[in-house]
Ligand binder design. Structure first.
Ligand code: PLP
Length: 441
């Protein structure tokens, strides 16, 4: 499969290049040049298949030309070592719980898949190479304001041939988040930067551009726009459909995705293009309403993000908009025919979390709350809605406890991180210091 750039000015890439580079040379996002529809028979019996079986069929359509069947199968099965169940919240509203992975958020799926695919490419190139420089370690640099760092670090943990450096702003990440990438050890190094998130990002960017450093070590990114991180998210939408079909509830299924950078919903839309029979989609936003406005007006006007309770969706210029726009031939009409939007401020998020808890006993996290509310307000007669719970409420324990006047139970795997010993390297925000550190490795 070949991949083109949404900006149309970069050379066509193969899968390996698209995964290793992440972003195309013209700063566009890679798109597969074809989306293969799955046969009708697959959907006819989908409810009889397991999550892993379904995911492998979907993975084969995207990656089967470039990765051997056995290897792809083990990448998929190994990625999905946990379930993404559909749970009933109330009549006609179900939740797709995406928080059963190691870091309790949906990014685990994409990060785990990308780590394993990258490892496959490293092994394949070193096997095919006859020089002495076999098995050269690949170093992933990732700047994080919280959640990305933990998903990437845990996704790559223990993956041979890859070392991950997570750069995060000292004192600006919650203790729970920090514990998820500073306590791992092994092939993960946490770097605590005396600065803000933008300083971390600047250090990573400078590293990628520094010739001497790039001669010294192989560097790559694990950015969320990477095709190996976003496409695998389609797996759980097919599975959600299968589980709803088994319940006899899939005929008029509406999928609602709390969205920030729009990678998650974009993978669902790719699924739809492959024939997944979802009737329509809702993109639920917090107060960062750029996409919502686009749907209303046809104008895409990025702006600075505002801070909200659902902070993983505080995005003022969603990168995957370019993919959605491209997927539907830049047609506002086609996009609005399939996708509608919703936007909620913090007060509405609080109100929804309280109301859902009182009425149903289900504890929403602030991101999922936007999804739940959009279904509650937007479902039409005969439709059944499924919204993504993108993170476990315990990840936002203080906020959630105070809103619902409760005491969210902390799952054992989260508690285990919090008991771990913090290991980090202190760093100034000066590139020379960061470079010296990397050159010594
Ligand atoms: C990343 C994230 C989102 C937003 O997902 P996008 O793919 O960027 O739209 C929503 N909720 C949580 C908890 C997240 O971590």
């Amino acid at each position: 499969m070949k991949y083109y750039s949404t900006n149309g000015k970069a050379p066509i890439a193969d899968l390996q290049k698209a995964v290793v580079k992440g972003l195309a040379e013209d700063r566009g996002l890679y798109m597969p040049e074809r989306i293969k529809p799955l046969p009708k028979e697959f959907f006819d019996t989908i409810e009889t298949k397991s999550f892993q079986e379904i995911a492998y069929t979907v993975a084969d359509a995207f990656f089967g030309e470039d990765v051997e069947a056995e290897a792809l199968k083990s990448i998929v099965y190994d990625t999905l070592s946990f379930d993404c169940p559909v749970v009933k919240v109330k009549e006609n509203i179900y939740t797709l719980e995406l928080f059963h992975g190691p870091t309790l958020a949906f990014k685990d799926v994409g990060a785990r898949f990308m780590a394993r695919l990258l490892q496959y490419f490293i092994r394949r190139s070193s096997a095919g190479c006859c020089t002495t420089a076999t098995n050269q370690q690949v170093n992933v640099l990732v700047a994080t304001s919280g959640d990305t760092g933990s998903a990437v670090a845990n996704g790559f943990l223990g993956v041979e041939g890859i070392h991950v450096y997570v750069l995060y702003p000292k004192g600006k990440v919650s203790k729970i988040q920090e514990s998820q990438f500073t306590t791992l050890g092994r092939n993960i190094t946490a770097i605590e930067v005396d600065g803000v998130f933008d300083d971390c990002q600047a250090l990573v960017k400078s590293a990628f551009m520094d010739e001497e450093l790039n001669r010294h070590m192989k560097l790559t990114s694990a950015n969320s726009i990477n095709v190996a991180r976003f496409l695998p998210q389609a797996f759980y939408y097919f599975n959600a459909y299968a589980r709803m079909k088994a319940l006899g509830k899939a005929d008029q299924m509406v999928m609602c995705v709390p969205s920030g950078n729009f990678g998650n919903i974009c993978s669902a839309l790719f699924g739809h293009e492959m024939g997944l029979p979802i009737k329509r989609f809702i993109a639920a936003n917090n107060a960062n309403d750029i996409f919502y406005k686009y749907l209303q007006t046809g104008k895409y006007e990025p702006k600075a993000s505002v801070q909200t309770l659902a902070n993983a969706m505080d995005v003022g210029d969603p990168s995957n908009f370019a993919r959605i726009y491209d997927l539907y031939g830049k047609s506002h009409e086609r996009i609005t025919a399939l996708i509608s939007g919703a936007t909620y401020n913090d007060e509405q998020i609080r109100e929804t979390m309280r109301q859902c808890y009182t009425e149903t006993g289900y504890i929403l996290d602030p991101h999922g709350a936007c999804g739940y509310r959009a279904l509650q307000e937007g479902l039409k007669d005969g439709e059944v809605g499924v919204f993504c719970e993108t993170a476990h409420p315990a990840k936002f324990k203080e906020t959630v406890d105070s809103i619902i006047s409760g005491d969210v139970e902390i799952p054992e795997r989260l508690a285990a991180f919090m008991r771990g010993q913090k290991q980090s390297v202190e760093m100034t925000k000066e590139f020379e210091d960061f470079k010296r550190f990397l050159m010594s490795r």
